[in-house]
Design a protein around this ligand. Structure first.
Ligand code: SF4
Ligand code: F3S
Ligand code: FES
Length: 234
């Protein structure tokens, strides 16, 4: 099949403003959108810039806006787009460095703000810190995050105010807040009780729909809100 690609292009070092370039490529319905980008870069226009690393939905580096929806380009197939006209844009709400590459630093700043590491200053046991299957299950879903930013950059609250910590950072906080081995839940809940914390979430659900790992993000945010309100992580 023939696919018509319309790709956002912007090189701030040369261009006064962004524009779109159109490319027509031959594709199989089972090709990934990443395959089409690779084709254009390798055969048509080597200046096209985008991030990718693993190409298998693991590294989280190729999240982008495809026909208005955030996807990992390496996970979405041409047949899943539902049209042979495919518009590809960079993630919204983050500064464009070049073409489809955005500045992820503000995103990672929010991530770092929630203390994304296990805190436990008790004397370590001689073997590992044990945890029951039920205790592990409590935060299993939020361990799946690959930090692709598809959620935060599809959130209208984040578009409205980039200081909002965003769903990805809350997912990471949730992963530690509900980990029975961690001892810093109250510190994280205090951080998220800030004016730019969890209460900026108005349960819009775009984040959950965008997550390539199918993490129940809105549910996780609700659990963090409840922990703040009740002062308990039980
Ligand atoms: Fe990506 Fe999902 Fe993690 Fe958000 S929660 S950064 S969408 S993997
Ligand atoms: Fe935004 Fe998701 Fe909340 S889209 S408003 S973080 S439910
Ligand atoms: Fe790694 Fe797509 S390239 S997730």
């Amino acid at each position: 099949m023939q696919v018509k690609l319309k790709i956002f292009r912007y090189n701030p070092e040369q261009d006064k403003k962004p524009h779109y370039e159109r490319y027509q490529v031959e594709a199989e319905p089972t090709d990934r959108v990443l395959d089409l980008l690779e084709y254009v870069k390798g055969n048509v226009d080597g200046t096209l810039s985008f991030r990718r690393s693993c190409a298998h939905g693991i590294c989280g580096s190729d999240a982008m806006r495809i026909n208005g929806v955030n996807y990992l380009a390496c996970k979405v197939l041409v047949k899943d787009i539902g049209s042979s006209n495919i518009t590809i844009q960079p993630l919204l709400g983050l500064r464009v460095i070049k073409d489809l590459i955005v500045d992820m630093e503000p995103f990672f700043e929010h991530y770092r703000s929630v203390m994304p590491y296990l805190v436990n200053d008790q004397t370590p046991p001689s073997t590992e810190r044990l945890q029951s299957p039920e205790e592990r299950e409590r935060f299993d879903d939020t361990t799946k995050c690959i930090l692709c930013a598809a959620c935060t950059t599809s959130c209208p609250s984040f578009w409205g105010n980039e200081k909002y910590v965003g769903p990805a950072a809350i997912v990471t906080a949730h992963r530690f807040i509900f980990d029975s081995r961690d001892r810093a839940a109250s510190e994280r809940l205090k951080i998220l009780n800030d004016q730019f914390g969890v209460y900026r979430c108005h349960t819009i659900f775009n984040c959950t729909l965008a997550c390539p790992r199918e993490i129940q993000i809105t549910t996780a945010i609700g659990e963090v809100k409840k922990a703040i309100a009740t002062g308990s992580v039980d």
